[in-house]
Design a protein around this ligand. Sequence first.
Ligand code: NIG
Ligand code: FE
Length: 413
Amino acid sequence: MKTHFINIKNLLQVRQSDDLIVSGPQMAVLPQIENAYLSLENGNIVDYGQMAKFNFSNQDRCIDVEGKIILPTWVDSHTHLVYAGTREDEFKDRIKGLSYQEIAEKGGGILNSAEKLQNASKDELFDQSFKRLQNLIQLGTGAIEIKSGYGLTHEGEIKMLEVIQKLKRHSPIPVKATYLAAHALPIAYKNNKRAYIDEIINKTLPEVVKRNLADYVDVFCEKGYFDLADTERILKAAKTLGLKAKIHVNQFNAFGGVQKAVDFDALSVDHLEELIEDDISALQASKTLPVALPGCSFFLGIPYTAARKLIDNNLALTLASDYNPGSAPSGNMNFIVALACIKMNMTPEEAINAATLNAAHAIELSDTLGSICKGKKANFMITKPINSFSFIPYAFGENHIEQVWINGKNITS
Ligand code: NIG
Ligand code: FE
């Protein structure tokens, strides 16, 4: 039986199957049909078009969504959704004037979350994380990447990745897992970074790959965390084992991490709050995707990624939430899209492309998700009655999503 949505005010992100990514000026193009219908069957999109051409057979189900807009679900390609507890005390310290780095130097930051994670059972960790995931799905997130990185021991990292695997099994939406042991140097290895990286490379990584616990590898390539040589060692080992990289780079300092990622054919480079000319040319000569995380800039008060510069240099920008307890405690992609427009001068069209199609590409799902396309999964959201899609980022801070459909099923609670 087919399901048809009729009288759609605006059907957004209507694309051909070979549109798997949009870059440069193409990012400003958001193909759409006004007064449209959309048809689903067996969890997939099978047809769409103008209402004037709509053809209904007796056995079909018809849902009238007059005045509402349909767009593909958001894809969040960078999160740290699995964590234990929260870090409001650090939030208050920052209000009083301490920086993210100063808090980390006092033993807060990632190490604070690592301690909390160590004390949490796998079930507690799963329950907290599953709740967060369910909340995000109601806000329109239809696929997500989740990193480890608060374990910081062999057992801790494996525990996190096992929780992510369990989320994969229980989640209605696709989940990708990223192994991020090189997130911070654990206290036990304070004076022996080499030994920690040896453990990552020689012990944990082979087990992660053998047990298929991760889709990608990540490194926090940053001053005071992991330098270019450390990053190279980890990316090299991961590449040998067939794991692609998505790396944290240029959050506070630009010192060649982008080129290093490109050298290893990284799928994406994420953060980029600091950017130098060499980074732009490195990206232009590669397939590596730049990913901006405006929620982190907003929360930490650090610069926003220079979106205009990246797009105007013909690159394919992606937006993600970076959802984590320290630098971006919200995974609401509607707000991320609003920040991209308000703070990064992206047009609503560019921001929606960056948070749907390009985001799906950043986790290798754009052949099945990220646009309204015949044959793709029926993962989309229906807005409340609104005048235009620009209203979503414009009227920020409110939830304009009325329904979320995943694999052809309404899962709105
Ligand atoms: O992407 N910068 C590194 N990792 C996270 C923050 C993690 C934390 O503070 O817990 C980020 O911003
Ligand atoms: Fe991050």
